[in-house]
Design a protein around this ligand. Structure first.
Ligand SMILES: Nc1nc2c(ncn2[C@@H]2O[C@H](COP(=O)(O)OP(=O)(O)OP(=O)(O)O)[C@@H](O)[C@H]2O)c(=O)[nH]1
Ligand SMILES: [Mg+2]
Length: 437
């Protein structure tokens, strides 16, 4: 198995808010102390943060669950519980984040240090101080903390490179990357030496720099799942310029022009708009005996197959990764082309703006009523379940407030309309109570 991971699904769970407290002042000389229960603290968020030092999603291989801590409960004497620290999860540059259930795009993390909140901590429940009113100066009412958000998210790494080196296996892509940058990819005389993308920073002789990625070799049919290349094509999605590397030596018995067309066919059939990126043809292994002759033939065919005679020529740079001849001109031309090539928007869809923390999806009904086989009425729905979780059933007054809130939402009327009778059992989650007319 390759030691590279570029797609993973993880579970994130934010902290619950701390519970609000019911308490009363007990001071000397103050006969009936007023309410003194503080609010619970905020639960911690789970936040993704870009770490330049990471190159893959390998860290997630054995660790796929991330939780933030709950907020501290409110205390007596009006003291609020402390909010919990957020939990940070490091991801490499170029990580795309989606909600695993809906597929919605949550963010595309590019800059070092960039953050994205993927699970919101619950707010703290209010203590009884907050429920005091002239009519009810000493309420025994407090809220429990709001539950933290919990979900599965998908991370997909698409390496951040300006330039992608593509071509058949063994045409010399890794050799090139190793001589134009400080990257040290494995080089070998056999096919598919490179199993994972390598990244290197390139600096041209006139001081410009760009990031280049060397990809595993593509072979004909790769886009149909043959060979290795297809699973790595996503890593050239962010590139703006493609260096199309061709072995001009003809050593392996293939025709350079056919190679060129086969790879373009792969790039086209993957539906990633890869052919829209400008290419530079790198005619490699020019140190070999037959290379010059093959290059002439290649250029002839390239010219012959031009769409029309006025179309721009695709630039061809003869080089040798081994003798390093021709590299300066190639790199300067690449930097020139980068300067005039805009970025390709990777996603046409919008990044999903998260609904406001305390808000509820307005399209969802506040509750739904079902009847169980044991004749119990079952209430469900995001809003009603959250209300239930935030109710502290230790205090009668809080329970009564809950009942009022249900009535306010129209639950009583709806149950009656469905035929509920005095004494019927009603259930929310694990909790059961009697319906009272
Ligand atoms: N003569 C000659 N040989 C070269 C040149 N560049 C690379 N080679 C050789 O070609 C073979 C393959 O080189 P790699 O750089 O591993 O090729 P690659 O395209 O990265 O191959 P994969 O990773 O397998 O796709 C090695 O034996 C290299 O030494 C060159 O310019 N001239
Ligand atoms: Mg290689």
């Amino acid at each position: 198995m390759s030691m590279f991971l570029d797609q993973v699904t993880i579970d994130v769970k934010a902290g619950k808010g701390g519970d609000g407290m019911v308490a009363f002042r007990r001071e000397k000389y103050v006969p009936d102390g007023g309410p003194a229960g503080g609010d619970g603290g905020h639960g911690g968020d789970v936040i993704l943060v870009v770490d330049e030092g990471l190159r893959t999603l390998m860290d997630f291989r054995f660790n796929r669950h991330f939780k933030a801590q709950p907020g501290e409960n409110g205390m007596s004497k009006g003291m609020h519980g402390r909010g919990s620290e957020d939990t940070y999860v490091k991801v490499p540059q170029g990580t795309t984040v989606r909600d695993a259930q809906t597929g919605a795009l949550l963010g595309d993390l590019i800059e070092d240090g960039q953050t994205l909140v993927v699970a919101r901590g619950g707010r703290g429940g209010r203590g009884n101080i907050r429920f005091a009113s002239p009519r009810n100066p000493a309420p025994e009412i407090a809220e429990n903390g709001e539950p933290g958000q919990e979900r599965k998210i998908e991370l997909e790494l698409k390496v951040l490179a300006d330039v992608g080196l593509v071509g058949f296996p063994s045409v010399g892509k890794s050799t090139l990357l190793s001589v134009i940058s400080s990257a040290r990819p494995k080089i070998g005389a056999y096919h598919f030496t490179t199993l994972v993308p390598n990244l290197g920073m390139v600096t041209t002789s006139d001081g410009r720099s760009f990031a280049a990625a060397d990809l595993p070799g593509l072979i004909e049919g790769a886009s149909q799942g043959v060979g290795l290349g297809t699973q790595f094509l996503r890593h050239i999605e962010r590139t703006r310029v493609i260096l199309h590397v061709i072995d001009m030596s003809g050593m392996e018995g293939r025709d350079p022009y056919e190679d060129y067309e086969a790879i373009n066919h792969e790039l086209a059939s993957h539906n990633l708009r890869l052919l829209e990126r400008p290419q530079i043809i790198v005619a490699n292994k020019m140190d070999m005996p037959d290379a010059q002759e093959n290059l002439e033939k290649f250029k002839e065919q390239l010219n012959k197959n031009k769409e029309d005679e006025f179309a721009d020529d695709i630039p061809v740079f003869p080089v040798s990764g081994v003798t390093r001849k021709g590299l300066d001109a190639l790199l300067n031309a690449t930097a020139d082309l980068l300067e005039v090539t805009p970025e390709f928007p990777l996603y046409e869809e919008e990044i999903e703006e998260e609904t406001v923390h305390y808000g509820f999806n307005p399209d969802e009904p506040e509750f739904t009523i079902d009847r169980n086989s044991d004749a119990t009425w079952v209430l469900s729905g995001e809003k009603i379940e959250k209300l239930f979780q935030m109710t502290n059933f230790d205090h009668d007054e809080t329970v009564m407030r809950f009942a009022r809130q249900l009535r306010g939402m129209g639950v009583d009327d709806a149950l009656r309309a469905r035929g509920a009778k005095d004494g019927d059992l009603v259930r929310i989650g694990e909790f059961e109570f009697e319906f009272v007319e």
